[in-house]
Design a protein. Structure first.
Length: 130
């Protein structure tokens, strides 16, 4: 289907386009919430063990130290944000190719990118302070 102009597009098609676009935004924001939870919990876990002075006293037989768990959670949050952002961009691009007339800037992408930067900073902080 060729790109349609807003004036040529029936109201039902425009409404469906808006609903689909908003569904993409909601999905991305759900991923942002999940990823931010992982990043913040990982960082908080690391800082809590650091504050308690227990991060260096993990038993030798422990499968995963608090630092390693924190790094894994932060990294997982960053990877999830990157993958969800990439998926969002692909879906919106495909929708734009089919129907045109979509906003260029996605608020969800801007929020995701901001939290990717924050996640990378948290990851570097945990690596540096260990």
């Amino acid at each position: 289907m060729a790109a349609l102009d807003d004036a040529d597009m029936p109201l039902t098609t425009r409404a469906a386009l808006v609903r689909t676009r908003l569904a993409f935004e909601r999905t991305l924001m759900a991923w942002v919430r999940t990823a931010v939870s992982l990043i913040t919990f990982g960082f908080t876990l690391f800082k809590a063990f650091q504050w308690a002075g227990q991060h260096a006293t993990a038993p030798d037989d422990a499968l995963l130290s608090p630092r390693a768990l924190a790094l894994a959670m932060i990294a997982l949050g960053i990877v999830a944000l990157l993958m969800a952002s990439g998926q969002h961009v692909l879906h919106v691009r495909r929708l734009r190719q089919e129907l045109g007339a979509l906003p260029v800037i996605s608020v969800g992408i801007l929020v995701a990118l901001a939290f990717i930067v924050i996640g990378v900073l948290a990851l570097l902080t945990v690596i540096r302070e260990s």
